[in-house]
Design a binder for this molecule. Sequence first.
Ligand code: ZN
Length: 298
Amino acid sequence: MMLHLYQSGAFPKKLLNNVLTNSLLNVYIILTMKRFTSSFSTKQTPKENDLIVSINESKKILFNKKEKSFIHNNLNSHIEDKVFEIFKVESNSVFLTGALNNNNEDLIYLSKRELYPYLNEESLMIVSRSFQLFDWIYKQNYCSRTGNKLSEIRDDLSKFCDSCPREYYPKMSPCILVILTHGTEILLVRHNSEIRTLYTAIAGFVDLGETLEECVEREVFEEVGLKINNINYVGSQSWPFPNQLMMAFQAEAISRDVQIDENEILEASWFKPNDLPKIPPEPSLSNQLIKKAISSLI
Ligand SMILES: [Zn+2]
């Protein structure tokens, strides 16, 4: 199954070289050292020290050029739209709102892709939840059965259709990433639909009725024609391009002889840990997965 815009596809090409050559570990967003916990309320309003995330009608997020941050304080008086509490962070809350009324030249609106180079693992999670909630709150307003207008969002994230009657919840798409090992080498692929200079993990959407392990086996066989053993879970990441939950696995290939599906894959090759090609940048899960697989071989 073709998986567009997955873990290597989220980077604007003009930024890609910078992303790969600069150490982005140095560009941290100020607040991400604190622990953010998901929360949702339509009834709370921002207090003095609470924080604001603003996403405008064009689905761009407000970014402070000076502070390199998309989470703002002291902007409460500029809010014109509804507010939704989306995180608790220690004794404060983070609120999502629409466009702000603001003339500050340091504040600009960036697309998800433009913001990506400024993200680390935790801030990626915050951005992912913010954009997915924005889509659900503002962009999905009609019942898919009757075409009736849905209710406003409620505190359990549901919306209600009076005529069905039926409750709707926001959707996400589960996807797998898998790195194969064989002896002391790992298999990396270049995808047709992604940035073609990057080598990354095999990836695909979980199919209906399928377990994660079955998905891993199927995707590997479809894309590179290999049978595998010892499938191990490595980690997960929420990915907002547009609404995937990525789940990463490592597995052992029974043989080395790849047969690629040319509709999806340009190339699949085995690499030694000390001779890796260009891989997707941090903080993508595919980057973490490849590094973990490499360290398991050394
Ligand atoms: Zn309905």
